[in-house]
Design a binder for this molecule. Structure first.
Ligand code: URA
Length: 245
């Protein structure tokens, strides 16, 4: 829920003070009813706000969380393979959605889609070192020596050492957790390959501040909560234009 004057200001209708005048002058309706209190808390996703009779678009930017299954490509259209668009009903889809980062066709896991170009730019820019967490099934058990190699950044891919990565052996060293702070092509698979091992299955279970949970079964999608949206923007020092609660 957000203050009405804040929502109006975020739509570019003036400063909080200026939109306060609009509200007090009776120019604003919420769900068709005149509203003269700028501090009233409203739900901009579900309530219709109009200024001088003109309905405001409900949001400025849109986001979706998606749990990509295997054999689906991380794109919004593909001539051959099923893609993310095929998981999302037409009524929910927006042509300006882009996935942030890519997972291999055989990798499952969390994908954030957004219409916000600046957010995409920052979330994928190496400067922000956004953590990406993976659950990895390995052919051979991972070893403490692998942990050392991952954390020291001694593994070199394409002539460049990787950034230190976190390897968590847990109770089964064939089922490990890996956290990367960059996103190079086939990075997890190639890092284990460099250690003489092989990745049998890979799932992204965390992206920045978000963790894949039971509320997002494989093949499903949902809108992020306001808190998730705020956390995603905050992770790259931005403020959500919609969920500023
Ligand atoms: N690393 C990989 O090897 N593949 C992915 O899909 C993601 C990270």
């Amino acid at each position: 829920m957000q203050r009405l004057d804040r929502v109006l200001a975020r739509h570019g209708l003036g400063s909080r003070r200026e939109v306060g005048h609009l509200v007090r002058a009776g120019k604003v309706t919420v769900d068709g009813e005149s509203e003269r209190d700028g501090a009233r808390r409203i739900d901009p996703l579900r309530q219709e706000i109009a200024v001088n009779g003109a309905v405001l678009p409900p949001r400025i930017q849109w986001h979706l969380l998606c749990h990509k299954p295997q054999n689906v490509v991380t794109s919004t259209s593909d001539p051959r393979d099923p893609c993310l668009l095929d998981l999302i009903p037409e009524a929910v889809w927006r042509a300006d959605y882009s996935p942030v980062g890519r997972l291999d066709k055989d990798t499952t896991g969390l994908i954030w889609l957004t219409t916000d170009g600046e957010l995409i730019h920052r979330l994928t820019h190496p400067r922000w070192k956004l953590p990406k967490r993976y659950r990895v099934t390995l052919r051979d058990p991972a070893t403490p020596e692998d942990i050392r190699a991952f954390t020291t950044g001694e593994i070199v891919l394409d002539g460049e050492p990787v950034l230190p990565a976190f390897l968590d052996l847990g109770s089964d060293p064939r089922e490990v957790g890996v956290t990367l702070r960059e996103g190079r092509y086939h990075q997890v698979k190639r890092m284990f390959h460099a250690r003489g091992n092989e990745v049998l299955a890979l799932a992204r279970v965390g992206f920045g501040p978000l963790t894949l949970g039971p509320d997002l079964p494989v093949g499903s999608f949902r809108l992020p909560s306001d808190a998730e949206e705020r956390a995603m923007y905050a992770a790259v020092s931005l403020q959500s234009p919609d969920a500023d609660g």
